[in-house]
Design a protein around this ligand. Structure first.
Ligand SMILES: [Zn+2]
Ligand SMILES: [Zn+2]
Length: 146
């Protein structure tokens, strides 16, 4: 999937704006319970970007750090005014995981794989995936996105 760049996004209230200037590494769906709680929906999504390919245009996100199941720390960035989660920073990874629903135009997004299908809601089927994993996918284990 080619991604039209640059792509901009931001939080619901507009205080925080960002710009993506490089090709995303991948887009994944996660069905784990943490992602459900974080997104407030049936699953979470992560758009993996090289840190250097994400520019902050305006605002200063607030940060909250949590330990993933793996023990790795994930820094969760959100707007302090509207509370919208914007991206996660798996500590020390050099990558940011953008919450892709915050893009101004999320229509070009198509996930490549899904993780934690053993927690997936029964009514959901996603077409066009390259791979599904019962738990955390192998390529994400080292950086624990959620
Ligand atoms: Zn906001
Ligand atoms: Zn997850």
């Amino acid at each position: 999937m080619r991604f039209a760049l640059p792509a901009e996004g931001g939080c619901q209230c507009g205080e925080i704006r960002y710009r993506l200037i490089g090709e995303p590494v991948w887009l994944a769906v996660c069905h784990c319970n943490e992602c459900k709680r974080q997104s407030g929906g049936a699953f979470g999504m992560s758009l993996r970007m090289h840190e250097a390919d994400v520019q902050l245009i305006s605002g200063e996100p607030k940060r909250w750090t949590r330990a993933a199941d793996s023990g790795n720390l994930v820094i969760c960035c959100f707007c302090g005014t509207c509370g919208n989660r914007l991206w996660h920073e798996p500590a020390g990874s050099g990558f940011l995981h953008i919450k892709p629903g915050t893009l101004d135009d999320p229509s070009q997004l198509a996930p490549r794989y899904e993780g934690w299908t053993k927690r997936k809601v029964r009514w959901l089927t996603i077409d066009g995936l390259e791979a599904s994993f019962e738990e955390q996918s192998p390529s994400r284990r080292s950086t624990s996105a959620c």
